[in-house]
Structure formats: C-alpha cells, structure tokens
Design a protein. Sequence first.
Length: 376
Amino acid sequence: MVKVDTTPIWIDSGEQLAELCQRWRRQQALALDTEFMRSRTFYPRPALVQVGDGERCYLIDNLAIDNLDPLRELLLDTRVTKIMHSCSEDLETLERLLGAIPEPVFDTQIAAALTGMGAGLGYAAAVKELLNIELPKSETRSDWLQRPLSEAQKKYAALDVAWLPLMYGVLIKRLRERGRLEWLQEDCAALVSAARNPQPPELYYRKVKGAWRLRGAQLAALQDLCAWREREARLRDLPRNHLLKENVCMNLAQRLPKHVAALAQPGFEGRALREYGETLLQIIRRAAERQDPPPPLPQPLNRREGEWLKLLRQCVSTVAEQEGLPAEILVRKKELETLIQSPRPELQGRLRGWRAPVIGERLLKVLNELRKEEPK
C-alpha cells in the first residue's frame, strides 16, 4: 500500500493556494471534501476545503483567503477527476463558496454500491472494508467556523481525504473488471447536473404530505405558498421550516382564509403572522383566482396497484441478486410508483440510462403483462 502522510497541512494564503492548484492541475485525480455549518441557515456556510493528492492532506482555509479563483479553476478543469464520497452536500457547498461545481466527479459511495458493497455506505465503513483502516469519528459535530481549529479537528478533516485516492484505485479497477465504469460516470454526471439545476420553487408543493388530496384553488394556493417559502428562504438564508412549516402551508391551502386574523394557527402566529401575514393572504387570494391551477397529483396506490408494486419489487430483487447489486442502486420505490401510475408507462429519469437494459425494460415488460391481465 502507498504510504500516505495524514499530517494536515494548513493553507491560509492566496499565494500558497495558487502554487498548489497549479501543481494539482497536472494530476489525473484529487481527493476533495468540505466542512460546513448549516444548523440555522438555508445555504451551507463553507468553513474548510480539504484536498488530498495521494501523498499529503491539505486544509484550505477559505475564511482567510480572499482570492479563491485558482481553486475554482482547478475544480472546473475536466482533466482532473475529483474523488469525493457522498458528495451532494459538498457540491452545494462548493457552489456556494466558488460559484462552481467540480467536474468530473468520482463518488466513492456510488462506486462502492456498483461493485456490490451495499448502498449508502459511509466513508469510515468504506475505508474499513476496502483498506482495512479504522477511522475515528470524534469531530463530526464540531464548530468548523471557529478559528483556530483544534488539532483534533484538523486531523479529522485531513483523514476525510487521506484515503480517497487509494479507495479510488481499488474501486476503479473493480468497476473496469465488471464493465461498470461507465455506469459510475453516468450516475456522477447526474449528481453534477442536479447540483447545477436545483428544483424550481414552483415544484416544491409536490413534496408536501397529503398534497394529492387538494384540487383547483387549494392546490394552486399550496403551489404558490410553497414557491414563496422557497424563494424567501433562499433570499433570507433561513431554513424553510424556520420561515413557514410545511403543515402550515397545507393548512392554509386547505382553508383558503380570507382575512389575516384567520391565518393564525399553531406554528404561525405572533411575530411571523405580523411580518408576512398580509403577503400570504395576497398569495392565497391570487391563487384562488388563477385560471391555470396545477393538475391533481397522483393518489397513493390502490390495492391492485399495490400488488403490482410488490411484483415489480420482486423483479428488482431478482435482478439485483443476479447482478450483485443493492436493489436501492437499481431503482427507487418512488420511481416504481411513478411507472405504475403513468397512463402510458415509459422509462424516465435514471431508468433511461444504463438501468434501461439492466432493469428498466424488464419492469416495463412485467407491468405491461399485468395491465393485459387487468379486467376490462
């Protein structure tokens, strides 16, 4: 095994960063991670960027460096693969910090799943299984925005990138042996695309529990209230539920109150009611007058469709066992439900890629057979 020096190297000047980034751009791959805080904000607050080059571990103090352009250019250099683990939040953090999302990405959590190691494997578990190295987890709840960081924090942050290059070497070999490297590249490209194209505020109402019960003006009100909450949360940098809880949005949409006083309810009263009660009332009034309410959302599966879901999941389990893959990496329950509820079932989203010949086409065949058996 290649010897890795896990001693953290602290980088807090633009000159150091520029010199290192110039050197790193000559490498084929680099380990990358971030530390951030998010307890009371909508966006992650970037606190540290870690880079591992396979030999040393570097901690970039983004709070101290004014010019982070060299790091931004490095992350956008498509000649350098960025090795990360479970990177969704890290991509968001880097976009917040640099206005850039790294590409290409090699996510070791996805790679581990595609080599049959299980879905959602944590970093420490992956390091243990692949390299037989135990990692401490003592600093997971640290305040990463404090300065100076403790030596324990620095050591922990360094270890988050220390072993990624070695894991990358093992995993890429296994993926190539199984003919699944392109699968990994496709899934990682989808992660990058999702980070670059977050869901529009107008679609957040679809996530609200029980929204399928609403129709017409009620559903229009829920859509507009959720869209307002999303935009306002981003503008104020507040967690969505600190601004307006989901159940409050649902309750207002169901009742369609006509006066500010009627808006009041547990979770929306006092200062919040005074501050934006009138705004919400105007949103509800306009929604009630909309000529284009959103179409009803799909209802929960009925009994017959529930039986179909069981059969499709059995098909997924069979294929997953044959392929040596976790079922979760093949298809999600929600994707199966969407397939069942579609009037004309077709492969969508992730099922259009490498999953189409592996599982998607089989699911369509099973579903079409079930539909043929349905009583006229």
